[in-house]
Write a protein that binds this ligand. Structure first.
Ligand code: SF4
Ligand code: SF4
Length: 310
């Protein structure tokens, strides 16, 4: 680990893991993605990701950008969430957000004495950069994993003016743990993970289907739903997450009136502070239409399956 990288890591006190890569690697990734677009048959969502989601030109951030700092911020594997509705309490799972604000404050504090600057880099392919720089590995489910964190983190990236020598760089490969394992493929409720192909069919992935406010497609059985958003099944069964099984929070409870507000799409900012705190912690504010749709279908089906024991 170089001196700068060890200084960056020292900035964090909440078990984040970070790496720094030279800015020119962003252009390597752009070229590889261009090549990839021509070689692979992509669905509409994948085409949108490669054509429109990312920005490879470095914006004017007020300083000369020399590197990218990639940080993985931990979060629990999931939260148990309770919704009171009618005369019943329903229990479902939800992802949990990382504390991005806290990490940014620590990073800025840590670097300020060194007179370096950072600016958020939100539209770069963080997961791919993390894998190619050796911070993470890809699983067969296209989720990324880090030693001692499993898949329980979210990435954040910053442009910085910290000089960075060329560092470790590798092709996109799959984790060695996947070689003799098909646990995610066998447990995927929508057959989104494909045998013999690295790319999952992300238009079949529940996380894609339930984050949108669009109606669920006809081919999707109601019985597959178990999460307020996202899915988590392939992460919960993954051996690379075995140390994370107990990293779970909750129950986090929503009263009947809060549940009704979530279902009817009442603006998050119109509810109480305690509601907003819970909703933000769980990330509900990101997908208000999807959350309303999902809670409705979860309650309709009355699906209280415990996916840890299924
Ligand atoms: S469940 Fe198995 S195959 Fe799937 S990502 Fe985890 S280790 Fe790889
Ligand atoms: S998140 Fe769910 S639906 Fe998507 S690939 Fe994983 S198990 Fe399949």
């Amino acid at each position: 680990m170089n001196v700068i990288q060890s200084l960056i890591n020292k900035a964090f006190v909440n078990s984040e893991k970070a790496t720094i890569i030279p800015i020119h690697r962003l252009q390597n990734v752009r070229n590889e993605i261009d090549q990839f677009k021509h070689n692979e048959k992509l669905n509409g969502f994948q085409k949108w990701i490669v054509d429109d989601l990312y920005t490879f030109d470095v914006p004017n951030v007020g300083f000369s950008v020399k590197s990218i700092i990639l940080i993985a911020i931990p979060h629990p594997l999931y939260a148990n969430v309770e919704f009171v509705y009618g005369d019943r309490t329903y229990n479902f799972l939800s992802p949990v957000m990382s504390d991005f604000e806290n990490t940014e404050n620590d990073l800025k504090k840590g670097l300020s004495s060194l007179k370096y600057q950072v600016a958020a880099a939100s539209k770069i392919p963080l997961k791919r950069l993390a894998v190619q720089s050796g911070l993470a590995v890809y699983g067969k489910n296209n989720i990324s994993y880090i030693d001692e964190m499993g898949s329980n983190f979210s990435f954040v990236g910053y442009y910085s003016d910290i000089p960075c020598d060329d560092a470790y760089w590798t092709d996109v490969t799959m984790a060695s743990e996947c070689t003799n394992c098909n646990a995610c493929l066998n447990n995927c409720p929508t057959q989104a993970i494909q045998k013999g192909r690295f790319l999952i069919d992300n238009e079949r992935c529940l996380s894609y289907l339930n984050e949108s406010g669009e109606p669920f497609p006809d081919w999707l059985p109601n019985t597959v739903h178990h999460c307020v958003y996202d899915c988590l099944k392939c992460q919960i069964v993954c051996p690379m997450n075995k140390e994370q099984k107990n990293n779970v929070v909750g129950p986090i409870r929503f009263t009947e009136s809060e549940t009704n507000n979530l279902i009817s799409g009442v603006g998050f900012e119109d509810d109480s502070d305690s509601f907003q705190k819970k909703a933000k912690y769980l990330g509900f504010h990101q997908w208000p239409d999807g959350i309303a749709k999902n809670i409705k279908v979860l309650i309709e089906v009355g699906n209280q399956e415990n996916i840890l024991t299924s």
